[in-house]
Design a protein around this ligand. Structure first.
Ligand code: UDP
Length: 412
């Protein structure tokens, strides 16, 4: 099946044409991606799409895994957490397992790795592979998907030795990076317009989801989809709804999220939210199971406005998802929301519940503005935050490295 053609239908023919042009410079190149899992987690989700797309563009692309036992996983979990700031040392015995496991995996993968024109090594788990491939021919790129801007320094000092020798690194946001002695690239996250979470739905499906939850699609709806987490400020959203309701009495609020069961803090936040919402029948707190992608899709499509009133945020994929569905987003003025919500164009940024309430009221009473903002939001995502752009950035980076482009290509 030709998947590029499917993407042309949603992302635009021009976008696909551009990809083909870039890829023509890379035809037949041997590329290898290495990460630690084929299922689960954001990295696997990206590679599941990226690898077949690169193959269809006639780049000889492979996806390999680094495999390890429980101690290896314990170590890499510790590394992951410490690099993201958790101040916890990792026992020397576990670090030995980490290095030994990489050495063993390198035995298996050495031929492919050393022959590859480009190797993308994802996250900390397989980073030491480079050290065990002394005769590599191609360029090696460390692709960091996590925020290492404030690492626990003893662990970073140990770990950085494994990435110093790479030819380049990629981070998701400039704010997530650490200085390294090679070019650093920024490739922001993206969404897949063909996934269950984002594929277009017919009106009937949207209606039946709303009906199932007892929410009236005929009346105005504001929605926030988020884990029940203080940084997502669900209580601030409830306050914004309360303030806006003074002017729009029929205003309904949907707070949809999940994931609280294995997170004690999440359960506490969910309880607080339920209590704060208890006396208002227009607030619907929906606790969703992990596999609720189509439900989330329908909720986003049925809402008039989507909120993401975070007070701290990495990138904010929920913002991208809503914008792709043509919804104006009222977002917190933090993190990656700033990259997506261009104030008063693709949405609005706020810092307080009062600010959010004011914008809700304004947009709901200016439907023309609301629609126009939603359309701009969709176009902005089409240009900047679809998987096709992520692929384009990878191709551009590969061209730059293979052809030794002197000037750095600035991605986004
Ligand atoms: N999400 C989900 N179920 C939920 C809440 C969120 O599937 O109950 C999804 C949401 O649609 C988005 C992702 O999880 O794709 C959350 O990513 P985001 O960057 O917005 O926030 P994070 O949770 O990573 O802080």
């Amino acid at each position: 099946m030709k998947i590029l053609a499917l993407y042309a239908d949603v992302a635009g023919r021009d976008v696909i044409e551009h990809l083909r042009q870039l890829a023509s410079l890379l035809k037949g190149m041997r590329v290898i991606h290495v990460n630690s899992t084929r299922v689960g987690g954001g990295v696997a989700e990206i590679l599941e799409k990226l690898v077949p797309l690169m193959q269809e563009l006639e780049i000889d692309t492979k996806w390999e895994l680094i495999r390890g036992d429980e101690e290896f996983l314990e170590c890499t979990k510790g590394l992951h957490n410490a690099l993201q700031g958790n101040p916890k040392d990792i026992p020397k015995s576990l670090l030995n397992v980490y290095e030994k496991t990489n050495a063993q995996n390198a035995e298996q993968l050495r031929h492919e790795l050393e022959e590859a024109d480009i190797a993308f090594i994802h996250d900390p788990q397989p980073a030491p592979l480079l050290k065990f491939c002394p005769n590599r021919k191609g360029k090696w790129i460390w692709r960091c998907h996590i925020d290492i801007s404030r690492p626990y320094h003893p662990v970073w000092r140990y770990f950085r030795n494994f990435v110093l020798g790479y030819d380049a690194s990629i981070f998701s946001l400039a704010d997530f990076a650490q200085p390294l002695p090679h070019p650093l690239y920024v490739i922001p996250p993206s969404i897949d317009p063909l996934s269950e979470k984002n594929v277009s739905l017919d009106g009937g499906e949207i209606e039946s989801v709303y009906e199932e939850f007892g929410i009236n699609l005929e009346l105005p709806i504001i929605l926030q989809v988020s884990r029940f987490d203080r940084f997502k400020d669900p209580l601030g959203v409830i306050r914004a709804h309360k303030l806006a309701k003074k002017f729009i009495s029929s205003l309904q609020l949907v707070l949809a999220g999940g994931g609280a069961t294995d997170d004690p803090e999440g359960e506490v936040v969910l309880k607080e939210v339920q209590e704060a919402a208890a006396d208002d029948p227009d607030i619907h707190v929906l606790f969703l199971p992990p596999e609720a992608d189509r439900t989330i899709n329908a909720l986003q499509r049925g809402a008039d406005i989507v909120l993401q009133k975070s007070i701290k945020e990495g990138f904010g994929l929920t913002v991208t998802e809503a914008m792709w569905k043509g919804k104006p987003v009222i977002g917190g003025d933090v993190g990656g929301i700033r990259l997506q919500v261009i104030n008063h164009h693709t949405g609005v940024r706020v810092s307080t519940p009062e600010g959010a309430a004011l914008r809700i009221r304004y947009l709901l009473s200016h439907q023309d503005k609301l629609q126009a903002m939603g359309q701009k939001a969709r176009e902005f995502v089409r240009e900047n935050f679809l998987i096709t752009r992520l692929l384009r950035d990878h191709l551009a980076l590969m061209v730059a490295l293979i052809y030794d482009v002197e000037d750095r290509i600035e991605l986004d």
